[in-house]
Design a protein around this ligand. Structure first.
Ligand SMILES: Cc1ncc(C[n+]2csc(CCOP(=O)(O)OP(=O)(O)O)c2C)c(N)n1
Length: 936
């Protein structure tokens, strides 16, 4: 409890911060640069007003520098105003804003940053805000508080695994009462107590209003007010609940004669809606009449109060009594056993003209009200963001607290840098991270990518825990015993952990989970008493635990994966969380995924199984979405070894911090077996994969004389060594696509005449190769290009370098080939049948995943994709239903070629003669023709 004098000081600070909060919003809404037709600029003064004292209690008294805060989005100006007074605005490079710059920044809410005014605030809490230190982004309500829970878990996991993190960190969230109806919060509620996260506190800003107006919960059906329902719900889920209902004035009235009746009035006799309406009416007679009508026994107390006192009693809710707020917050911080949920009773729009008005959600003060608010706080519009003088008690108090936070922020930076340096040194010492984990596939000639993921997970976990005892201790009891190639993985593997919403054992990662569930110590007790079966999934906190189990709670798991994946940013400890989830159910948590990516978290989503390739599950597990969000890279390997390359690359980029723009990784796997030897068999047959330069046209192994007298059987030419072929394939795979079937250099291969480029992704590469073979029998050369990353080849990352790999790496162009043999000559004109090489694509998923190849290359494309709800059956049957089976591919290639063949172009013979005489001009970059284009 602060000293009385300190309470007075705090209240002065709050009053000033309140006026500055309002001015910040006011000025954002009255900018001269606003053009007619610009969208409305909202503001949320009323929502800020209700959170004012809770946030002030937190920032001015209870929060420690290492704590994390997330706050309902539209109260962000309160945080900014308090941080302004605390002089805590800092840029990403670590430099502090001076007083003038801070004041200027306070004018920058919702302003677009420019070189002249670089320090601005987004509308809601954002990473780029100058006061974003240990603040979680907000905007989409319901998500940040969940993230804070898993950030608490990630910190504890780090500590339990022997890593250095700041001790005594608390995780605070301020949540609106309507927000608390979000499913994401209710989904998470049981998880917090179950995981024994006593350093989590959620505060409900219980102002009984939401965006649309006054909330009107059905109190009869809910058996009480909504605050009571919230209390019962949280209590039933293991939380300690505190209702901060009354301020000290009300409490003093409760001690008077008849005070108990007055308490009864404010604790349920008046419904929330009635209470709100009385606040709105501001009529003392009505307050008296209604109070006595509801609880006749309170008449005496009520009548002993003047109009003003009665009004004060109505307004005196606990969430605006700073001292009580601070007490309750302090208690929550002290209690480390169970999470705390505080229901802070507040008033939306307190001290504003729109107070308690049902339409106040984005109501703004007008000029007169704004002047009054500034004046009340001793400010003027000439210098609205003035701070307290350094020699005032308020100034001295703020300076001291500012120092505490600046020191905390500095030690945070130091700890992070030390952790990073140590990890870098370890990696360097061991000889850098290899390009693959190297799983021996010799006993598994036909396997699938999901199986491979299980192998990789198991190996990573084994290596990571080799020096930590646990289930494989007998196999490798110390890190020193790891062979050198595995030792190179050691540091990275130590940071890998897996998570899954109840689909770990069905997705092949049981060995990585067995006895490795990170959970509460309570559960470990149970394990001792009961003999668990294999895999042993009872949680404990040993150093060798690496898996976090979830119920069927994809949204929780999605938030958790980001919380762990943000630890490198906050602590310098590069945890690398991999979430295994049925691909179809990623959409359950799309908003969370968006949040994770926006936040810059680093993680892998292993979406497996995926698509209609999971044919036996029919329609309801099968749709594969095209997810294009910045900072996400998507992958879909065909062969097991690709899974290894992709994951190894993602881990190395993460550890080296070279994953800008692709911090989130989505890898899709399947459960359909593929003959693994087919990979090298295909690569060896390519003309450019032979040891010696190929000087004659090739023909397939064993092909006859119909290929021409000159054609050489490709199998008679020695291919490059397998390692080299695989290395080349790896490089192309990691750039987004590679040739699996490549007819270039074969006899009769004539682009514009008989060539189709067939792009295939994932499991359907098998059908594409089959189709290519069938087409060959009909004289059509279908090169099969496997797309390993739709994102790199054709998505946001592809667009970044103008699809260079597609155009240059793979040589997919829109060239018009004037082919011989198809021309005619009529009326002085010659038709020469100019044709482009058409594209057919086939994949198991939404068309949008691959359907822009044609438009990028400038050629006709037929995109075979999933366009119907699926049905149970074998893969072949499901593919046939969707028109992505071998027959459909053959048919699409034929059609694409035939359509292209109709594309004649007609030229005059003189032009032909002129062309014949000249050499083909060097291809110019389009930039030479459009020099104004900005460089990217
Ligand atoms: C997921 C999501 N849905 C809708 C919104 C739009 N929205 C922002 S604030 C708000 C009302 C919030 O009401 P409440 O939680 O009671 O907070 P209050 O503003 O009343 O303090 C809504 C619907 C949002 N930001 N996020």
């Amino acid at each position: 409890m602060p000293e009385p004098v300190a309470a007075e000081i705090l209240n002065h600070v709050v009053d000033r911060a309140f006026a500055q909060t309002m001015y910040m919003i006011y000025t954002a809404n009255h900018r001269p640069e606003k053009a007619p037709g610009d969208p409305k600029v909202g503001g949320h003064p009323a929502s800020c007003a209700s959170s004012m004292h809770v946030l002030a209690g937190l920032h001015l008294a209870v929060r420690e520098p290492q704590d994390f805060v997330c706050c309902k989005p539209h109260a962000s100006p309160v945080d900014h105003a308090l941080h302004h007074l605390l002089d805590l605005f800092r840029r990403e490079d670590g430099s502090w804003l001076n007083e003038e710059e801070s004041k200027e920044a306070m004018h920058g809410l919702r302003r677009y940053a420019t070189p002249e005014a670089p320090d601005v605030f987004q509308s809601y809490h954002a990473r780029s805000d100058p006061d974003s230190f240990h603040f979680l982004p907000s905007g989409s309500v319901g998500i940040p508080p969940v993230v804070s829970v898993y950030l608490a878990l990630a910190h504890r996991y780090a500590r339990d695994h022997g890593w250095s993190v700041r001790a005594g960190t608390h995780f605070w969230s301020l949540i609106g009462d309507s927000e608390f109806r979000e499913g994401s919060l209710l989904e998470c509620l049981p998880d917090v107590a179950e995981r024994q996260l006593g350093n989590v506190t959620w505060i409900i800003d219980y102002n009984r209003q939401n965006l649309d107006g006054t909330r009107i919960p059905n109190e009869r059906s809910l058996k009480g007010a909504d605050c009571d329902r919230i209390e019962r719900t949280a209590g039933a889920n293991g939380w300690r609940v505190v209702q901060l209902r009354h301020g000290s004035y009300r409490e003093s009235l409760f001690t008077r004669e008849g005070g108990a009746a007055l308490r009864e009035l404010f604790e349920g006799a008046l419904s929330d809606f009635e209470y709100q309406m009385l606040l709105l009416g501001r009529d003392a007679d009505e307050l008296r009449r209604s109070s006595v009508q509801h609880v006749p026994e309170c008449r005496e107390v009520i009548e002993s109060l003047s109009d003003e006192e009665l009004w004060l009693a109505f307004l005196d809710v606990g969430g605006h009594d700073l001292e009580r707020v601070i007490d309750v917050l302090r208690e929550a911080r002290r209690d480390d056993e169970v999470p705390t949920l505080i229901i802070a009773h507040t008033i939306k729009g307190l001290n504003l003209e729109c107070q308690a008005h049902p339409g106040n959600h984005s109501a703004l003060p007008n000029a007169a009200e704004m002047s009054r608010l500034l004046e009340q706080a001793g400010l003027t519009s000439d210098d609205p963001f003035q701070r307290f003088p350094a020699d005032s008690p308020e100034g001295a108090f703020l300076a001291e607290r500012s120092r505490l936070f600046r020191e905390g922020m500095a030690s945070d930076r130091e700890l992070r840098a030390a952790n990073r340096a140590w990890i870098r040194a370890q990696i360097e010492r061991d000889g850098d991270i290899p390009a693959a984990l190297g799983i021996d596939l010799s006993l598994f000639p036909r396997t699938h990518t999901q199986w491979m993921w299980g192998q990789l997970a198991t190996k990573l976990v084994r290596i990571g825990t080799a020096d930590e005892g646990g289930p494989q201790a007998a196999a490798a009891s110390s890190a020193a015993e790891l062979p050198p190639d595995e030792q190179r993985w050691k540091t990275a593997a130590d940071f890998v952990l897996t998570l899954s919403p109840d689909v770990g054992t069905s997705t092949n990662i049981s060995p990585a989970m067995d006895q490795r569930i990170y959970g509460s110590a309570e559960a470990a007790e149970a394990e001792r008493e009961l003999d668990a079966r294999h895999p042993k999934l009872v949680g404990h906190q040993e150093m060798w635990t690496r898996h976090i189990r979830f119920e069927i709670a994809e949204a929780n798991c999605m938030s958790a994966v980001a919380a762990f994946g943000k630890m490198a940013h906050y602590t310098g400890l590069p945890f690398f969380p991999i979430m295994t989830v049925y691909d179809f159910f990623i959409k359950r948590a799309l908003d969370q995924l968006y949040y994770n990516l926006y936040w810059g978290a680093e993680f892998v989503i292993m979406g497996t199984p995926s698509g209609v390739t999971l044919s036996s599950e029919g329609a309801q597990h099968s749709w594969k979405s095209d997810i294009q969000i910045p900072n996400l890279i998507t992958w879909e390997p065909v062969f097991a070894v690709e899974m290894d390359w992709i994951l190894a690359d993602a881990i190395a980029r993460h550890m080296h911090d070279t994953n800008e723009g692709r911090r989130g990784v989505l890898i899709r796997g399947v459960t359909r077996g593929v003959r693994q030897a087919a990979f090298l068999e295909q690569l060896r047959a390519h003309a450019n994969c032979k040891q010696a330069p190929v000087n004659a046209p090739l023909k397939p192994a064993g092909a006859g004389s119909e290929w021409g007298a000159d054609a050489v059987d490709e199998s008679t030419l020695a291919p490059l060594a397998d390692e080299e072929l695989l290395e080349r394939a790896r490089e192309a795979c990691l750039r987004g696509a590679y040739y699996l079937v490549d007819w270039r250099g074969y006899a009769g291969y004539e682009p514009g005449e008989n060539v189709v480029r067939l792009f295939a992704m994932g499991a359907l590469a098998v059908e594409a190769v089959e189709a290519s073979q069938r087409l060959l029998e009909r004289g059509v050369f279908a090169d099969v290009i496997v797309v390993s990353s739709p994102e790199l080849l054709l998505g946001i990352l592809g667009a970044e370098d103008d699809y260079r790999h597609l155009r240059e790496g793979l040589g997919v162009d829109g060239d018009l080939h004037a082919v011989a043999g198809a021309g005619r000559s009529e009326a002085g004109l010659v038709s020469i049948a100019g044709r482009r090489v058409p594209v057919v694509s086939v994949h198991d998923g939404e068309a949008g995943l691959l359907d822009n190849i044609g438009s990028v290359a400038g050629v006709r494309q037929i995109a075979l994709a999933v366009r119907k709800f699926s049905k149970c059956g074998r893969p072949e049957e499901a593919y046939r239903r969707q028109g992505i089976d071998t027959d459909s591919i053959v048919e699409a290639c034929g059609r694409a070629l035939a359509e292209t063949a109709l594309e004649d172009f007609v030229v005059a013979p003189e032009l032909l003669a002129r062309l014949a005489s000249g050499r083909r001009a060097e291809r110019a970059s389009w930039r030479e023709l459009w020099p104004d284009a900005p460089q990217r």
